[in-house]
Design a protein around this ligand. Sequence first.
Ligand SMILES: *Cc1c(COP(=O)(O)O)cnc(C)c1O
Length: 276
Amino acid sequence: MSTDLHPATATRHDQHGQWPQAESADDFRHNLTAVHARMTAACQRVGRNPASVRLLPVSKTKPEAVLRQAYAAGCRMLGENKPQEAHRKWEAMADLADLRWSVIGHLQTNKAKLVAQCASEFQALDSLRVAEALERRLQAEGRALDVFVQVNTSGEASKYGLHPDEVAAFLRELPAFSALRVRGLMTLALFSAEAERVRQCFVLLRSLRDRLRQDAPAGVELGELSMGMSGDYEIAIEEGATVVRVGQAIFGARPMPDSYYWPSSTGDDAKAGETH
Ligand SMILES: *Cc1c(COP(=O)(O)O)cnc(C)c1O
């Protein structure tokens, strides 16, 4: 069900697990061109400038050799969801001096040092404890980090991220952390074939951002909205995404089930088993 205001763009979750593997720089060029064409078309449907949306290729679980092909095809920032994996790849690929890393998954305080060392961007900030741990480690490294505050827009209890009602108070604490440069908000939408329900998650993040931006604390920028992945990035762009995080549509399907990356109501092992 769509309204006159919303294009009737469908999710592509039916492709989930079936995206072909990219195995050469040419495969990456082909996939990147195809994703950029869809991003441009989504922008045009709603009158946005395509230059206002950044594509973040997500390389999690893929081996170093494949990441090097993505680099050869032009990728200069890669998204990784696990801090250890990001750090390991950062070390192994240090010869590529202009390759930067974005950590997009949940962080435990005992892994803050890894992110402080290797990441240029962290998209999953959702607690003061993590902000404090990152600040301490960043100060020690003499580095600063672009951060996005993760918001739970789907209402699924098992998803990470702040409740929308908690975000305003959380943002008020962040100017105390001088090494954290707050850039915007991030979310994972409901994983559903029902495009209108997915779209509502993106609408919620954008309207929350618009409301909070009016009296954001000094130094807290809320220009960025990181939302949308392989199955729903076109809808996210129609609703205002400035960063889309796309893995499978660029790299190919991953071997593990999604409960491994994002705890869901049916597979909550990652969160339940976490030790702080
Ligand atoms: C893996 C991941 C993505 C990308 O998902 P795809 O379905 O591979 O496009 C986006 N965001 C986060 C937080 C992820 O962990």
